[in-house]
Design a protein around this ligand. Structure first.
Ligand code: PHE
Length: 507
């Protein structure tokens, strides 16, 4: 290994890369968001759009992101610059600022799971199911999550301290563990009376919703998020691969592992819901579904409730940690590539910006006077920012990536480069998928989103709860727009440090 390679980072083995990438993919998205989305969009009605999203968008875009990282051997903005010029770099940075925002509140959500983990052996199940909701409300309205935010940032820094080395070690411990825990939960869920009913609900195809546009939008965003696409994470991870790696097969493997985990998680969740006739109302938010409704089901287990509740929250925390480190590694590698700073300095910078950000989302004070227990200041801000940073950015980045790589760099060129070291070969059909089909599909989804926005600006309808704060949704949007667009243009204009370490790898 040349010193250039060791400086930038290199995975110790193929297994190490697959574990790290699947650790990134498997996270809150698979456990918290998949179950809630599948339920909201009608179980069997969800998985047709879901599979279309997987094969049409998910796996192909993962091949593109892995391919970009492997061939350019740089983080997302630097890879885009090398492959497609300054415009590509701009979108690269734009995605990195969004990644930092998402990383901030992803860690806050983990802090809520960690706080619930702590309560699992205390007040959470004291009065069975009846105490779950109130405990959750009280937890969110306390400073406990803020304390956990600090702990979780510390853990992220430790796991990121030596780059690929520590990331790989973390994944090797946590990823197998999360599978074991999930399998335990599935077996328990299925062995409950009526547990299987939930499985029928999830797996019986139902074409009612096939013309409902929101189902498709839900499935597409879910797929991007779940596969860790659109934030530069998979580009950063694959930039640490040796030149000869087979990324086409790896993309298939990581997608398969991710979606299997997601389906198993779905089975566990739906079996618990149906066993105890828990039918979340339409007002149950996504978070409420995993942090309240599932634990309420666990509270009804015939035995060892605290153990299972603890297991569930611990699973959320470790699955989330292997994802949060990957979200942060994307901007970390981007800054290192641009300024050639040592890792320690970049970690300090990211923590200096990110930790206060996470703390803002953990703010407990109640904004509303309506008595809705989950509406803390932090959660309100999280919801407003998430609408832009997650709801739009992943798809916008996916779209620009497909266009830049498809037409700018030339997808047939990338395809040939990848085919040369791959067991599975991609045919020319792949070019049209990236150049045309994916951009059209994402554009349609985005256009419908924007049209919906014109009718009612996001957050303004719900904001009746905070009288006098109707400006907040607009303020969050303007803040987000300036931070991402402004930040990305400044970062793109700054001069690139000499790429000593990287060039040496290539020579
Ligand atoms: N895929 C992760 C999850 O399912 C989240 C994530 C998104 C991680 C984007 C990295 C990049 O929770």
């Amino acid at each position: 290994m040349s010193s250039g390679e060791s400086r930038r980072g290199l995975w110790g083995s193929k297994l190490g890369f697959v574990l790290a990438a699947s650790g990134s993919a498997i996270g809150l998205g698979n456990i918290v968001f998949f179950g809630a989305n599948a339920y909201r969009y009608g179980g069997g009605a969800f998985y047709v759009p879901y599979f279309v999203a997987l094969f049409l968008l998910g796996i192909p875009m993962m091949i593109v992101e892995f391919g970009l990282g492997k061939t350019q051997r740089r983080s997302f903005p630097a890879s885009m610059r090398k492959a497609c010029g300054a415009g590509g770099e701009f979108f690269g940075w734009w995605s990195q600022i969004n990644a930092l925002f998402i990383g901030m509140y992803y860690i806050t959500i983990l802090s809520w799971a960690a706080s619930m983990l702590m309560k699992a052996f205390g007040p959470l199940l004291e009065d069975g199911r009846a105490s779950v909701g109130p405990t959750f409300g009280a937890t969110l309205a306390s400073w406990t999550p803020a304390a956990f935010v600090v702990v979780l940032w510390g853990l992220n820094m430790v796991f990121l301290s030596k780059g690929t080395k520590t990331i790989e070690r973390t994944a090797k411990i946590f990823v197998p563990l999360m599978w074991v825990f999930m399998i335990v939960l599935v077996v328990r869920g299925l062995s409950l009376d009526n547990g299987f009913q939930g499985v029928w609900y999830l797996f019986t195809p139902n074409f009612d919703g096939i013309l409902d546009f929101s189902v498709w939008r839900g499935a597409f965003s879910q797929m991007f998020f779940s596969l860790s696409l659109g934030l530069g994470t998979m580009v950063a991870y694959s930039s640490y691969l040796p030149k000869k790696s087979d990324v086409i097969t790896n993309a298939g493997m990581v997608s398969f592992l991710n979606c299997s985990f997601e389906f198993i998680a779905g089975v566990a969740i739906f079996s618990i819901l149906f066993a105890f006739s828990l039918y979340p109302g339409s007002s149950t938010g996504t978070l409420g579904m995993s942090l309240v409704v599932i634990p309420s089901g666990i509270a009804e287990f015939p035995a060892a409730q605290a153990v299972f509740a603890g297991l569930f929250f611990f699973l959320l925390v470790i699955a989330g940690l292997t994802s949060s480190i990957s979200i942060l590694e994307a901007p970390i590698s981007a800054i290192r590539d641009k300024f050639a700073w040592p890792r320690g300095k970049v970690l300090a910078l990211i923590a200096l910006i990110g930790l206060p950000g996470s703390l803002v989302f953990a703010l407990p004070m109640m904004l509303d006077r309506g008595g809705e227990p989950t509406q803390t200041t932090g959660l309100t801000l999280l919801d407003l920012l998430d609408h832009w940073a997650f709801g739009y950015s992943l798809l916008i980045v996916g779209l620009t990536e497909a266009l830049y790589i498809g037409w700018g760099y030339g997808i047939s060129r990338l395809r040939n480069e990848l085919n040369a070291t791959s067991f599975l070969k991609l045919g020319p059909w792949f070019d049209w998928l990236i150049k045309l089909v994916i951009p059209v599909v994402i554009s349609v989804v985005l256009i419908f989103n924007v049209l919906g926005e014109i009718g009612a600006f996001y957050g303004t309808k719900e904001s009746q709860l905070f009288d006098g704060l109707n400006w907040l949704p607009f303020a969050v949007f303007i803040f987000w727009a300036i931070a991402t667009f402004g930040g990305a243009s400044v970062l793109t204009r700054l001069t690139q440090a000499k790429e000593e370490g990287i060039e040496r790898v290539e020579s």
